[in-house]
Unconditional design. Structure first.
Length: 90
């Protein structure tokens, strides 16, 4: 049986205005990240906002790992180029 149709279970929808404020808060650099953790793992948060916050944190983690990999590859490329150039001018 679908949990949304159970008697006595009432889930209030997140309004458009609430989503607008939510997106505005998440656009703030450090406060947004902190609020994502509060919404994802705190009590009393609407289930759809809770799931959205968890998904957003997962995307942040994926992007963080990809950026780290990119910088490691970039650093290795620059290091290889500089070490190769130092031998040609001596």
């Amino acid at each position: 049986m679908d949990q949304n149709n159970l008697p006595g279970s009432f889930r209030q929808e997140v309004s458009v205005g609430d989503w607008m404020i939510t997106l505005l808060i998440t656009a703030l650099p450090l406060i947004g990240l902190i609020m994502l953790f509060v919404w994802a793992f705190g009590d009393g948060t609407n289930p759809s906002k809770k799931n959205w916050a968890k998904a957003t944190l997962i995307w942040y983690a994926i992007w963080f790992v990809l950026v780290i990999i990119f910088f490691i590859m970039f650093w290795a490329f620059i290091s290889a180029m500089l070490s190769g150039m130092s031998g040609t001018y001596s």
